[in-house]
Design a binder for this molecule. Structure first.
Ligand SMILES: O=C(O)[C@H](O)[C@@H](O)[C@H](O)[C@H](O)COP(=O)(O)O
Length: 234
């Protein structure tokens, strides 16, 4: 069962921040570390703003990406690049806590290398994230898992590459559903009326053809944190 939290647009950041804080500090207290997956997209600057207000032991965070664009780190489309500019200088997080994609290689090689980096960080091939912070596009995609794309059914790879992403830029790496659904907590943050139809299809019509609806943690928690505009059809 998903927990759906609807709030006013201006309250979304505070709401999300307190949810993240609770999950992070609980992970640190119980397991000594907090493994989190960050996303990108249109809400990225808001997410950076939100994360800055979290009261936590930052040194215990291990940050990976739910998906990342295969572009140079200083490219304006690099998700890590934005966190580097907008989050790192404003918190005690340091760059070496981020698991970043290898630079200057193909998407396939970057995905393979990312799997190896995650295996090292988790100490096993079983990547159980404490929290995945997810976004959803107006077409219902999440991470870089797009409607009708064969990657929706990927089961062999934990991290896959994509070179034909319908959303720019085309080359990306992404966590796949088997890993996403092992997470202890998956949390979507969605705002704006352009997402209202998909939110309705996912949360009201139970339409499994929408990629984001396939996020169903096997034994973890699923949260949808929505603003009033994206939730208007519920
Ligand atoms: O880098 C990306 O594109 C993402 O990580 C992606 O999964 C994003 O979270 C959704 O696409 C929502 O993005 P929008 O808010 O831009 O629709």
């Amino acid at each position: 069962m998903a927990t759906i939290l609807v709030c006013k647009e201006e309250e979304l950041i505070t709401k999300l921040s307190s949810q993240i804080e609770q999950i992070a500090n609980d992970a640190i207290e119980n397991r000594g570390k907090f493994f989190v997956g960050f996303s990108g997209g249109s809400w990225l600057n808001n997410l950076c703003e939100c994360l800055q207000t979290v009261d936590t032991e930052w040194s215990k965070w291990v940050v990976a990406f739910c998906d990342e664009r295969v572009v140079p780190e200083n490219d304006e489309d690099s998700t890590f690049g934005t966190y580097k500019r907008e989050l790192i200088p404003k918190t005690k997080l340091v760059e070496k806590q981020f698991i970043k994609i290898k630079q200057g290689v193909s998407a396939a090689e970057a995905a393979k290398d990312y799997t190896e980096q995650l295996t090292k960080a988790f100490g096993s091939e079983d990547f159980v994230f404490d929290l995945l912070l997810l976004g959803m596009g107006p077409d219902g995609h999440t991470c870089s898992l797009f409607p009708g794309h064969p990657l929706l059914n990927e089961t062999a790879l934990s991290v896959a590459s994509i070179t034909d992403s319908p959303k720019f830029p085309p080359e990306r790496i992404t966590l796949t559903f088997p890993i996403i659904n092992k997470a202890r907590n998956c949390m979507f943050a969605v705002c704006g009326s352009s997402k209202a139809e998909m939110i309705q299809r996912i949360l009201k019509d139970n339409d499994d053809s929408v990629p984001a609806r396939r996020v169903k943690p096997v034994s973890g928690n699923l949260y949808w944190v929505l603003d009033e505009h994206s939730a208007k059809n519920l």
